[in-house]
Design a protein around this ligand. Sequence first.
Ligand SMILES: [Mn+2]
Length: 327
Amino acid sequence: MNKRKDFAQKLLDICSHVKSVAISGHNNPDYDSICSSLAMQEILRQNGIKSDVLLEKELDEYFYDFIREFNYKTEVLTPDVLIGVDISEKNRMPKEVVKIADNVSNSFVIDHHKYEDKDLWAKFNQIWVGESSACEVIFRTFEPYFKLNNKLAKIFYIGIYSDTGGFIYSNTKFTTFEILAKLVKYDIKADEIVRDCFAKTKPNAFEINKRAINSVQFFDDGQIALSVLRYSDYQETKVPYSGSRYIVSYLQSVEGVKVVINVFEPEPKVYHISLRTMVDGVDVSEIAAHFKGGGHMRASGLTLQGDLEKSINAVIKQTEKILGITK
Ligand SMILES: [Mn+2]
């Protein structure tokens, strides 16, 4: 039995017999979340199935133009089928989508995040923990059912590039490069994608990232690095959350740092906290899980509300626990 093929056949079969299909990634979407949604939509289209890609809100100008120009829906009535990509657990799901998930009769998940069985919400799940990206899982699962073209190849490339940190994370495997080799055959101009999508910053985004760097504090002899962007930073620079995340990968380059904690307050008293580690044996998803967040061993996130100092102290305490630091 081929697990991937059975899943792909079941999904296409069910979707071709219903009136409406919706696809959703997670909240605060990254490029893998968006691109795996778009890839799924294109694969369905090639199989004669119409679908909507759901987003909490329109993508702002800090997202790559090529990705912004697709059609997204920010509201949709409960569809016959819901496909979740890059999202196997409800706690990272946009609120509107949680309602849909509770009412929909058929649901599928395609993901690569670590999960607990009890938290799975979809009827059918295709989760390969450790694969580079939801885009990779989709590519490998549906390969017999789609034809690559320039647009689809670009979508996959952006999703995979993003979730592998530009092919430098340990999730970048032999299979990932096999897929990339297939993608670059379609004249995708990978150098332009990387330059325009990942290596460009607007002047005000540079300003907010400068503030993030200025905010950095180190704890426990430099083992923990913390950055904080306050709501006032967002207001003063007029940069949205998506434009302020440069700091996330930057702090990992500091020698001696084991865990990076980045706190973002894009709305008053709501703290999106990103956790990163490059250290083998340190699993930041355990820290996130403690606060009902989610993610991977090396990259996780959580959201806290209320008092900033208390929130930061709680996350630092939990991080010290994971690192075995006793005081
Ligand atoms: Mn992902």
